[in-house]
Every structure is written in structure tokens, then in C-alpha cells.
Ligand binder design. Structure first.
Ligand SMILES: CCCCCCCCCCCCC/C=C/[C@@H](O)[C@H](CO)NC(=O)CCCCCCCCCCCCCCC
Ligand SMILES: Nc1ncnc2c1ncn2[C@@H]1O[C@H](COP(=O)(O)OP(=O)(O)OP(=O)(O)O)[C@@H](O)[C@H]1O
Ligand SMILES: [Ca+2]
Length: 556
């Protein structure tokens, strides 16, 4: 066991009316009641509290008026001071992270009264000195607020819940309320102050986060002279971390990296300077860059839900349930060919019971493997024929083709689309849901919301991959693009499809790709995972055990 760190400062101080031994080391701030009360008191606070110094938000000196003693103070020090002819005593307040239920963090405070001013100042400066050693804490942030995301509460959430915490932690902010879609992305591309900030924060949903990623990744590649249109290019990782204050409709990036979609929790993770690397997929069509994806790339069901829901944006987050129900009843399937490169030499599978959590060993192991491989990466020219080279090919009729680069956990599905997916392992989980009955598909969907395995169904398969391609039927050569087809060809395709759908006679041949909540303009795509391309102000979801140990500061 590690020996406890040597205390830098130890004093007897008072919290309300009670004497505590207070100590500060490089890693822990502890306050322990001196003599436990002889009388059992069920509501009396526990004897010893301990907070990692890394989770202290701030420390401030309080001026207390000795003529107005605290309600519960016995006033003994006041008498001493008055006897000495001085009229004030000193106190300081420490604000720190307190863990609550369901991965939520709160800012708690405790005030210590000192016998004299110089001791108080010594405590304040010692705690501040220790906080200054955490160089990963941001001092200056660029904040973009989408006032129209989710329930349109972005501005209020930031002003009421987040800005006061940033101020308390002495973080300087430059705040921009966006005026149109892609405002944040385009601002990041040209912004000259980027070198002066320690991170970028977005207040909004997954779409807003995606804007920030596009701006930062684009800027980083441009600085590195990298050709974005070439899918085989090794991308340079972005150095600036991104913070997400959730104010969207799905908030799956925030939920899956922090464990909750709570603005205060996110703000505290930013303040303490957490860092979580994340995989990013690049999406190309025919050697032309389309978009990046961090959470879900979904064709079929999730593409159709998104397309339909965009027309219902005025409904807010409820649009997804309505469009989901509609698309479930519509029950369209789509034909095409999926080719993929399975991830090799990695640990973990999409069917694991283990989950990606803080300091995930799977991410560490696989991330290391991927970066070693990237050093000697050679573009793979193997053909796409079945069983040829490492590529595998599957043709079929699919209700949904989903690539989840992370679990995609969100309030609608707390375990997510691929519960065992990892945030930073350099892979994406390719989930193929073949044509099946409505009842079977409903069973699959329902399993996203309960403990049953959504992959344990004979029409569902899942593969952990590093790259994949999709070509819809009738569009299987790289140069084809269904949207560019002449009307006569389109009619031909549709009549073909209608023969396959005698019941409806009008099923569309193509769905769209839902790329993190944005619709892609092409259906034939080439997707490649870039391991740890970006970093978030997060630490992954903490184990429940962590909450038991640190959630209750009295347990040490
Ligand atoms: C019977 C209940 C089944 C519930 C099944 C819930 C599965 C939910 C899985 C959610 C996965 C979200 C992945 C994240 C995607 C984000 O990058 C993106 C941008 O924010 N969000 C969406 O595309 C938004 C996608 C939102 C999808 C909502 C789908 C709702 C399906 C409702 C089906 C109702 C069937 C009822 C039959 C009686
Ligand atoms: N000022 C603005 N006016 C209109 N649209 C904006 C503005 N700022 C950003 N946007 C766009 O709004 C879209 C949706 O925003 P956001 O992701 O914040 O909310 P959401 O779609 O409700 O949530 P989620 O993405 O979590 O489902 C984004 O694609 C973003 O580009
Ligand atoms: Ca991943």
C-alpha cells in the first residue's frame, strides 16, 4: 500500500463550533474531528473527511465580523481576540467536488475558522500553491453557445449554472453565442486567439460538439499540411481539449464520457482539467472528404429517423421518439454491400461484459497497438472480393447498419447502441441488423433499454473494425452516386425495389447516413477510425466503486 503523503500543513481549526485537525498534503486535504462526541447523534457529520487536492475547485478567504458570531459558535476565540484588542478573526472556505448519485458531481463547500489571520492566509496560500501545480487545469477557455439546441436553454444553462463556477475557479472565458449553423466551426477555422486558450467549450448537443470537432480537426490538419480528401492520410491529433456543457437533444457524447448529462458535472470536469482521448472516424466518398463521426454512423433505421425528425425540429427532443415510432412502423430495409477490415491484435470484443471506464486498460492497450501500427502504416490496396486479403464482405438486406465508435449511451438508452465499445481504442463496432419481422426488430430495439443483449439475435451481427465501406445496391462502383443518377435510372431502380416490396409498392432504394445527427449527402462511403484524434475535458465513466470511495468524503 502507498504510504500517505507527508503533510505540508497541519492545524487545529474549527468548522462551525467543532474543533478539527486539518491537514494538507500534495494529494489530500483532510479534516478530522478532534474528540468524537460522547453522545450519539444520528445527524452529526462523520468524523473524518478527505478530498483529493486535484478535486478542490477553489479556496477563498472569508472576512468574519466578530460582533456577529455564527449561530453555532461558542465564541471562545472571539473572547480571546477581544482580550487582545483585535476585532476580527479569520476563516477560509474550500470548494470541492462532491459525488452524488448517477455520476453527478456537485460543488460542496466547507468553511474553516482559524485562531489568527496569518494562519488563515497561510492556509489559503498553501492550498492555492498546490492547485497551481495542476498544470492541466484550464486558465482560459473559448466558449460557444448554441441558443437553439435541445430545449433552447443553452444560454440560460451557461449563465446560471456554469459561468459562476468558471468564475469561482478563476477561469477567463471568451463567450460566443452562435448566430447560425456552422458559426462555431467557421470561427474556429480562422480564429487567431486559438493559441491563447487552453480549451474550447461547447454548450449544446452532439451536433454542436461535431461543429467544434470539425473546426479543430480541420485547423490542425491544415497546419500540418495534411490532405483531408485522402482517406489513407494519417491525421494529426488536436492539442486543444474540448468541453461539452450538455444542452442538446441526445447529448450522447457527454453522457458516454462523463456518465450523465448534467451541466454542473461537465463544468466541474472542465475545471479540474480532466482529459479523455477519443477516436474519430473520417468519412469519405470517392476520395472526397465528407465528415467526421465520433458517435454514431447509422444507415437505414437511424438515418431515416434523423431525416424525418429534421422536419420536426420545432418539437425539440421529442421529435426523435415520434420519428422513431414512424420509422419503426414503416419498416424499410435496404440492400447493399458492407466491406470491413476487422481490428486485429487488440483485446476486447463487442460482446464483452466489461465496459469502457475511467483509465480503461483496453483503450490503453489497443491505443498503444494502433499508434505502433500507424507509425508503419501503408495504405491497404487489397481488393474487396470476398475472402480476399483482410477485407471481409457481406451483401444483404439490412434494416440498419450502425457504426458505434463509442457506446452511444444516452438517456434514451443508458447502455447505448454498443455497450462494450471503447472511447479510445482505435476501433468502431459495426452492427448489422438484417431484414427481419417488425416484432423481431422491436425485440432488438427494446434490448437497448434493458439488461438483455441486443446482439444475441440471429438477424444481428456485430464486428469490431478499423475501417469499413458501404455501397448500396445499384451503386456499387465507387464512381456511382445515386443522387446524381438520371431520372430514368431512378425509375428503373424504384420499380425493381417495388417488386421486392409487394405490400407497399413504393419503398425507397436508399436510406441516408446519420453521421452524429447530421445527414450525409452520399450513401456510398469509406470510413476509417483515427485512434485518439481528439481529447475531451472528461475522464470516462467512473466505476461505481469510485463513487463509493470518493462519493462520501467521510469514508476515509
Ligand atoms: C421501444 C423502445 C425502443 C427504444 C430504443 C432506443 C434506442 C435508442 C438508441 C439511441 C442511440 C443514439 C445514438 C446517438 C446518436 C447521435 O449521434 C445523434 C445526434 O445527437 N442522435 C440521433 O441521431 C438521435 C437518434 C434517436 C433515435 C431514437 C430512436 C427512438 C426509437 C423509438 C422506437 C419506437 C418503437 C415503438 C414501437 C411500439
Ligand atoms: N445559432 C444557431 N442557429 C441555428 N442552428 C445552429 C446555431 N448554432 C448551431 N446550430 C446548429 O444546430 C444544430 C443542432 O444543435 P445541437 O446539437 O446543439 O442540438 P440538438 O440537435 O438539439 O441536440 P443533439 O445533437 O444532442 O441531438 C447543430 O447541427 C448546429 O450546427
Ligand atoms: Ca472506439
Amino acid at each position: 500500500m502507498d504510504r500517505p503523503a507527508r503533510p505540508l500543513l497541519v492545524s487545529e481549526l474549527r468548522v462551525r463550533n467543532t474543533a478539527y485537525d486539518v491537514s494538507l498534503s500534495r494529494s489530500l486535504f483532510t479534516w478530522k474531528r478532534r474528540a468524537p462526541s460522547p453522545v450519539y447523534h444520528p445527524f452529526r457529520p462523520s468524523v473524518c473527511h478527505s478530498v483529493p487536492v486535484s478535486e478542490i475547485i477553489s479556496v477563498r478567504e472569508e472576512e468574519q465580523d466578530s460582533h456577529r458570531p455564527n449561530d453555532d459558535d461558542d465564541g471562545s476565540w472571539k473572547k480571546i481576540r477581544e482580550g487582545e484588542g483585535k476585532d476580527c478573526r479569520q476563516a477560509f472556505t474550500v470548494s470541492y467536488v462532491e459525488r452524488c448519485r448517477q455520476h453527478r458531481w456537485r460543488c460542496a463547500e466547507v468553511t474553516f475558522t482559524c485562531p489568527d489571520r496569518s494562519l488563515c492566509q497561510n492556509w489559503v496560500s498553501s492550498v492555492r500553491e498546490q492547485l497551481a501545480t495542476f498544470t492541466s487545469r484550464p486558465k482560459c477557455l473559448l466558449v460557444y453557445i448554441n441558443p437553439h439546441g435541445g430545449k433552447r436553454q443553452g444560454k440560460r444553462i451557461y449563465q446560471q449554472k456554469v459561468a459562476p463556477l468558471f468564475a469561482q475557479a478563476s477561469i477567463i472565458t471568451h463567450v460566443i453565442v452562435t448566430e447560425h449553423a456552422n458559426h462555431a466551426r467557421d470561427h474556429l477555422r480562422t480564429c487567431t486567439e486559438l493559441k491563447l486558450v487552453d480549451g474550447v467549450v461547447c454548450v449544446g448537443g452532439d451536433g454542436m460538439f461535431s461543429e467544434i470537432v470539425h473546426g479543430l480537426v480541420w485547423r490542425t490538419q491544415l497546419d500540418g499540411g495534411i490532405d483531408l480528401n485522402c482517406p489513407d492520410e494519417e491525421l494529426s491529433p488536436c492539442s486543444l481539449r474540448i468541453g461539452i456543457i450538455p444542452a442538446g437533444s441526445t447529448d450522447c457524447i457527454c453522457f458516454a464520457t462523463v456518465g450523465t448529462n448534467d451541466p454542473v458535472t461537465s463544468a466541474l470536469h472542465i475545471i479540474v482539467g480532466d482529459s479523455q482521448p477519443m477516436d474519430v472516424c473520417s468519412v469519405h466518398h470517392n476520395n472526397t472528404f465528407l465528415r467526421y463521426s465520433i458517435s454514431l454512423l447509422g444507415y437505414g433505421f437511424y438515418g431515416d429517423v434523423l431525416t424525418d425528425s429534421e422536419r420536426k425540429r420545432w418539437m425539440g427532443p421529442a421529435r426523435y421518439e415520434l420519428s422513431g415510432l414512424k420509422m419503426f412502423l414503416t419498416h424499410h430495409y435496404y440492400e447493399g454491400t458492407v466491406s470491413y477490415l476487422p481490428a486485429k491484435g487488440i483485446v476486447g470484443t463487442p460482446r464483452d461484459a466489461a465496459r469502457c471506464r475511467t483509465n480503461c486498460v483496453v483503450c490503453q492497450h489497443n491505443g498503444q497497438k494502433m499508434s505502433e501500427r500507424a507509425m508503419k502504416y501503408e495504405p491497404d490496396e487489397t481488393s474487396e472480393c470476398e475472402d480476399d486479403g483482410e477485407w471481409r464482405t457481406i451483401r444483404g438486406k439490412f434494416l440498419a447498419i450502425n457504426a458505434a465508435s463509442m457506446s452511444c449511451a444516452c438517456p434514451r438508452s443508458p447502455k447505448g447502441l454498443s455497450p462494450a465499445a471503447h472511447l479510445a481504442d482505435g476501433t468502431t463496432d459495426l452492427i448489422l441488423v438484417r431484414k427481419c419481422s417488425r416484432f423481431s426488430f422491436l425485440r432488438h430495439l427494446l434490448r437497448h433499454t434493458n439488461k438483455d443483449d441486443q446482439f444475441d439475435l440471429n438477424f444481428v451481427e456485430v464486428h469490431r473494425v478499423v475501417r469499413f465501406r458501404f455501397a448500396p445496391r445499384h451503386c456499387q462502383s465507387d464512381s456511382d452516386l445515386e443522387l446524381d443518377l438520371p431520372e430514368s435510372s431512378k425509375r428503373q431502380i424504384f420499380s425493381q425495389i417495388c417488386r421486392d416490396h409487394p405490400a407497399c409498392g413504393c419503398a425507397p432504394a436508399y436510406s441516408s447516413w446519420n453521421c452524429d445527427g447530421e445527414i450525409l449527402t452520399h450513401t456510398a462511403i469509406d470510413v476509417r477510425v483515427h485512434c485518439r484524434l481528439i481529447k475531451l475535458f472528461a475522464r470516462g465513466i467512473e466505476e461505481a466503486q469510485m463513487f463509493e470511495e470518493l462519493g462520501n468524503p467521510c469514508s476515509v
